[in-house]
Design a protein around this ligand. Sequence first.
Ligand code: ADP
Ligand code: MG
Length: 455
Amino acid sequence: MLDIAAVQARVDSGAKTSSVHAFNIEPFTRSGTPWVRFDIHPIRQNRRVTIRCESPVIDRRVVKSSNGQSEKRFVIRTPLTLNGQTWDIELTLANRDTMGFRMLLGREAMSGRLLVDSEEKYLFGTVSDEQVELLYGQTAPVPGNGLKIGLLATDPDLYSNRRLIEAGEKLGHEMVFLNIRQCYMKLDADSPAVHYRDGRILNDLDAIIPRIRPAITFYGCAITRHFESLGIFALNNASAITQSRDKLYSLQLLQKQGLDIPITGYANSPNDTDNLIEMVGGAPLIVKLLEGTQGRGVVLAETTKAAESVINAMKSLRANLLVQEYIEEAGGKDLRCFMIDGEVAAAIQREAAPGDFRANLHRGGQAQLTEISPEEEQLAIKATQALNLNVAGVDIIRSKRGPLLLEVNSSPGLEGIEAATGQDVAGKMIQAIEKQISSACHRTNAQQQHHIDYS
Ligand code: ADP
Ligand code: MG
């Protein structure tokens, strides 16, 4: 028997079996028979209250869920009390938690017991908030719905990470710092999971904010992808981060959308160096390592001779590089637009330190508040869309022929932009998560609503 005092259930005669949303589902063996351990949040729209359950497994079944996807689920048997009567029902454990109804009562469980009146709601009464508190103790969600948000990063002391934790807590969420390297994953059809080195299972997060350093893109994206497969919302998804890390691929995607970029060349063989140089308009030109960041790996070659030697030297080290027209008229300045949820949340102009042409703040560039033109704003919006990022730092350079896209960053830093604009960028990132999760909730409830119409 499960120790669940009360749960609001949706009667769904369109479904054969009944189900309950469970998480941290872990099969185990007790006295030679299969058992399963799992957690349930019995209260709608609330993840504070968790009930740990254990039960023998009576079957494993492929079930089609309301979104049409098939999944293999554990089946257990448990007594159900409704309207003063108690009887045994079979229950499948759905491992994707939505915030809506945590339980669906299907035809089988109700056969001969209930007549469904599709017009009515809560025929057997509901449990008041006060009663829920008596049954489950303190349940009141903290302001802002009290989401549990994981910050997937490397260094908790970094300004951006400290700010995100602080902003999330200020908005009433539980913020958990997760060191990427200490996360590991379990791949399994029945009980996929992300574990933490200290023994925690991280499947109960509502969202994660991936802040993945370039050096650990591969592992960070793999963990992010695993969270996504558990139904956990990632502020930037793994495939968008992966493609943004490849400068050539991102430029191809931007160009495909018809967005303006500096003329850029790429070739594999050193034999093509001369043509490559000519293609981008000759020297002076820019050479970029495909995987460089923060201005490292971006070189200005002022003469054709210098360009040839830099390109050939890098090639001999087997480096992948881009050759790009030099936008001299920008005068070492560029724009950084901090994009959140499809809008420019803040924008700054960055100016390179004297003697440098790279405006990166890490290279000693100075940030200042700036007004961007509607054309620049549109370019930043379209670039973010083209790369499918919710949060992005879009770098734009002002050229004679108008604004050009330099690159799109999937983990843009907060320090320079918050300092120069006074904007609460971290807070806006958290609000973007709140918005996504509440609309996902509405979608699921609407789906369930829709589903019952077939009955
Ligand atoms: P990173 O990923 O290392 O930041 P970027 O492509 O953004 O690489 O280049 C770093 C900086 O170098 C830019 O912010 C800009 O100031 C300068 N820069 C890059 N490309 C060009 C270019 N084609 N013409 C002029 N300046 C450039
Ligand atoms: Mg840059």
